[in-house]
Design a protein around this ligand. Sequence first.
Ligand code: DGJ
Length: 525
Amino acid sequence: MKTLPYLKKDDRGIMTLYVEEKPYMMLAGEIHNSSSSSLGYMKEKVWPELRGLHLNTLFVPVAWETVEPEEGSFDFSIPEGLLEQAREEKIRLVFLWFGLWKNGESTYVPEWVKKDTRRFVRACYPGGLLSDTITPLCLSAVQADQKAFRKFLNFLKEKDSEQRTVLMVQVENEIGFLGGDRDYSDLAEHEFRKPAPQALIKSLGLEENEEITWEQLYKDRAPEMFMAWHYACAVEMIASAGKEEYPLPMYVNAWLNQFPDRPGNYPSGGPIARNLPIWKAAAKSIDIFAPDIYLSDFDAVCREYTLEGAPLLIPEARRDAVSASNVFPAFAVYHTIGFSPFGIEDFSPEKELGQQVRADRELLEQLQIDELAFVYNGTGPYLARSYKLLDSMKELYFQYRGTKALQGYLQKNEHEKGTILRLSNCDLELTYLRHSSAEPGCAGIVIEDSENSFFLAGCNTEIRLTPHGNVPGKHLTVLTMEEGTFENGRWRRERVLNGDERYHKVLGCEPSVLRFRFCVEDIRS
Ligand code: DGJ
């Protein structure tokens, strides 16, 4: 029997997903929310669009409302069909459990939950106005979700222990309370006035104190921290029950905060970076806290989420062409476990040629996603090339990752002109090329396979090699510059770029790879 996928630090201390005992580079996409509610739709409209994109993994929702239409009676025919389809397509799955919470609301709960607001208590805005979110303080709701999630993981154990098509499970989706800083229902009011839980105080390393209130502990941030604690405790109840059945890696994803940065504008209490200490204290069964990156400062988000060696996973990424270049630093600099643009069935090369698709403005406004992040015109072919390239380099990537021989770069904003990377025996002057917003950005990955040779893969970068520090007395000669591909992890050279082409040391907007060999001579003596 194949082993269960698992997360473990590799020899260099980098958290890695192992699939069939090998490190796994997750080159993925997430489908639209409603696609997987119909197996027929998946067959006709989704899978055909994915072929050619070089995905090895698909992120697919499973809705509580479809698997437990009546309380206590379960129907897993949809996830079962999804497993079969994925196996036919030779693609692994990450299932997204749309349970009690999806984008801060409770729209995926079954009808019997929706209809019973007494048993399944709604969070309230000040003044008692009911929200569309079931409060995480409602134990019977959390227990009902927990029961369904347990059944779901048990189903996966039964149906997938042989093949291990499923790699991970996302617990809920972009959790938190929208439209207010906290729940003001009677239940929450009562709890908020009580002293903060001792388990929390202990996890903060504070002396036990039976009296300290949320407000004393967190001042202005108390409402959000109160929500974070209760959401994280609820997630822990749900995830730990699932893991008892079938211990797949599990993660939660975050709707990120941005201007105007106030809880409620984004789901209050969700696993945004500044809330992670409380999430980590309460939700010990969660392996990864993952950002959905629609913001333009990709680098800043990756940095925040990898502090203190935390593992990164990007379950949702922008749909514009910059995703095809961001994927390089995501792996090279931040060692992400996976990268996954959203709405991936829109990306097929055939479908999008010449189309300028703009997403529904109202939806984007509601989700605080900037319109550009949703424009996928032309992204598919670029992304497919990046994925193909990275997939072909994965052996080399895992061999050198976490050593000085592997580096990555990306242009963080349009004012940045370039960067200089110091390699073992030369400096690499990388100038960022001007490009249109319909093209990938300037980014790449550099792997030195010896002191005097390296591979550079990426896009929109002009390359210059100089001796270290470019000081007089040393002379660098490029011996060869080659185009090529990797086959079974080995370089297969194609054109040797010499003559007129030797002046053109450039990675263009199409993601590609070059190999350089060079020598450095001391010319002082
Ligand atoms: C983020 C959510 O997590 C996704 O499910 C989806 O709603 C996208 N936003 C936008 O469509």
